[in-house]
Design a protein around this ligand. Structure first.
Ligand code: ADP
Ligand code: MG
Length: 265
């Protein structure tokens, strides 16, 4: 349709997400039926920071409300990486979790395993809170979009995934490829945890869960590359291949104590 506007930002549905006035049309994930019910339940619980599902088409597409605001795309601009932005991402994730924890997970749905918590859980996590999936207004996170990878897990798993993307939990050499230079990872991890209101117990576990989440992300990329996905294959090669993943994991392990101290002091 001539009045469709292609929306860019993701890697999975590149070229297949369109805005049509107040609505977005995109390929429906396999779990769309259960996911739409979950999004409506979130709304009933007062969580107003996600798109409202409107329709599932017979040909496997979905329509949701378009959320006005700004989405940061790589290379990530400074406005998306301020301390205020980071704190607001933490508090938005906490709001999502408080609403989500009160909703029974549909156990008949085939939730994706891709970036899901290997330990499972009783709450539906988002699992993919990357900058491209957060809508900002006035410099603060206003809504989460793209729940395609939502799956049951521990809330802490979602915090760890979010930290990977937003701190970011990358060695400085890897971080500067897409993020502004000079971001202080331990200090920023603390800001995210404070924004979320993370408990002392979860703070002691967070650095280890980030290492676990990083391994899951690597396995996710490996799976896509093994399947011959061109976007993931290109991105992997462009970012320096598996050596980059080795470097990130080594950096996480080396600085584990530093992160724990920053979180708890
Ligand atoms: N409901 C929405 N409201 C506002 N922007 C959206 C919405 N859905 C998608 N977008 C925009 O389109 C981009 C790609 O959509 P997304 O659903 O995240 O695709 P992908 O599955 O490929 O990641 C997002 O990064 C965002 O900029
Ligand atoms: Mg996306």
């Amino acid at each position: 349709m001539a009045d469709d506007e292609a929306l860019v930002g993701g890697m999975v549905n590149t070229g297949a997400v369109f805005r049509r006035g107040a609505l977005v049309e995109r390929p429906a994930p396999r779990t769309a039926r259960a996911l739409h019910a979950h999004l409506l339940a979130l709304e009933e619980r007062g969580f107003d920071a996600a798109p409202t599902p409107v329709l599932l088409t017979a040909d496997g597409r979905e329509r949701l409300t378009f959320v006005p605001g700004d989405v940061a795309l790589p290379p990530f601009p400074r406005w998306a990486m301020t301390r205020t932005a980071l704190r607001s991402v933490g508090s938005l994730l906490r709001r999502l979790h408080e609403a989500s924890a009160a909703i029974a997970v549909d156990t008949s749905a085939e939730w994706p395993r891709d970036l899901a918590d290997p330990e499972g859980g009783t709450m539906l996590c988002h699992n993919d809170v990357c900058p491209e999936n957060v809508v900002f207004r006035d410099g603060r996170a206003a809504a989460l979009i793209d729940f395609d990878l939502a799956a049951p897990g521990r809330p802490l798993w979602d915090v760890a995934m979010t930290a990977r993307y937003w701190v970011p939990m990358l060695d400085p050499g890897s971080a500067t490829a897409l993020h502004p230079a000079g971001l202080d990872a331990p200090a920023r991890l603390r800001i995210l945890a404070d924004g979320y209101g993370l408990s002392p117990q979860d703070r002691t576990e967070l650095p280890g869960v980030i290492e676990q989440a990083t391994a899951s992300c690597r396995a996710f990329v490996a799976g896509r590359v093994a399947d011959g996905d061109p976007a993931y294959t290109r991105a992997l090669a462009g970012q320096g291949g598996w050596q980059r993943w080795d470097r990130i994991q080594e950096w996480l392990v080396t600085h584990h104590e530093k992160f724990t101290t920053a979180l708890l002091e």
